[in-house]
Design a protein around this ligand. Structure first.
Ligand SMILES: [Mn+2]
Length: 270
């Protein structure tokens, strides 16, 4: 599927996306192009790690679709969508533009959004509170994230054989991963609580962030926590409906709706 299906535009008051990691091969660029082309909003928040300047230092991967994504965003800004970019740790050099505009795109390290029903939300990438960012474990986790699942699957396939060749006893990668998952879940929970504390310091009703690639929403101590997820794995976004409610949306679900609507029209026509 490609680009615009005009009859199926999803209209929202606000959209938040983060962690698209343009400039790496991990970005699901086709899905992101379709999402951006099939949605309209008054506000579009880019909640950090949009362009992965950090990864591009090591290796530049920039297919045509990545330019197209930036162009779609730019066109939206030029057409009147309020586009606000709150850079993350992978695009932190852009933080030096805080308070300024790049074209029609407003850059801020963090910002405040008020929903139609009066809820104030702090919008921030989130690495600012990440305690793991500066530890060995944190760096290792981030590195593992960068290497990705392909590598883990590759190891999984060959590890048993290699260990046998080396005369080592059986060692379960599965339980190793499970233990690491437990640590990861603890890390996520710590992160969520730290952002809620930050929201409290800013005297707001909630916080919208990204960074840990874990789409989620919940209330912690009466503060709303929203994480947009990412476009590396989940292809998710947060949206504010035209009545002021906030929802987590998945591109795959939206695509299914578009396709089933198209099929209904086709069968009516036939
Ligand atoms: Mn990040």
């Amino acid at each position: 599927m490609s680009s615009k299906m005009h009859d199926n535009i999803f209209k929202y008051r606000s959209i938040w996306i983060s962690d698209t990691h343009l400039g790496t091969k991990y970005c699901h660029a086709d899905a992101l192009i379709d999402f951006l082309s099939n949605t309209e909003s008054e506000y579009l928040y880019l909640v950090g790690d949009i362009i992965d300047l950090w990864a591009m230092k090591k290796n530049v991967y920039w297919p045509e679709q990545h330019t197209q994504i930036l162009r779609i965003i730019q066109d939206k800004a030029n057409a009147g969508t309020k586009v606000i970019y709150t850079p993350g740790n992978h695009d932190s050099p852009l933080r030096s533009f805080s308070g300024k505009k790049i074209g029609n795109i407003q850059v801020n390290t963090h910002t405040k959004h008020t929903t139609l029903n009066g809820q104030s939300l702090l919008v921030i990438h989130g690495d600012q509170v990440d305690p793991m960012m500066h530890t060995h474990v944190g760096r290792w986790l981030h590195l593992a994230g960068d290497i990705g699942y392909d590598f883990i699957l590759f190891i999984n396939r060959h590890l048993g054989r290699i260990r046998k060749l080396l005369g080592l006893k059986y060692w379960s990668l599965a339980s190793f991963i499970k233990n690491n998952l437990k640590n990861a879940m603890r890390h996520i929970s710590t992160y969520e609580h730290l952002l809620v504390s930050l929201a409290k310091e800013h005297h707001v009703n909630g916080v919208v962030c990204g960074h840990i690639h874990y789409p989620n929403y919940q209330s912690i101590n009466e503060i709303k926590y929203f994480n947009t997820g990412d476009w590396v794995e989940h292809c998710t976004a947060l949206i504010e409906t035209e009545t002021g409610d906030i929802e987590l949306v998945k591109w795959s679900d939206m695509l299914e709706k578009i396709l089933s609507r198209a099929n209904t029209i086709k069968s009516i026509a036939a």
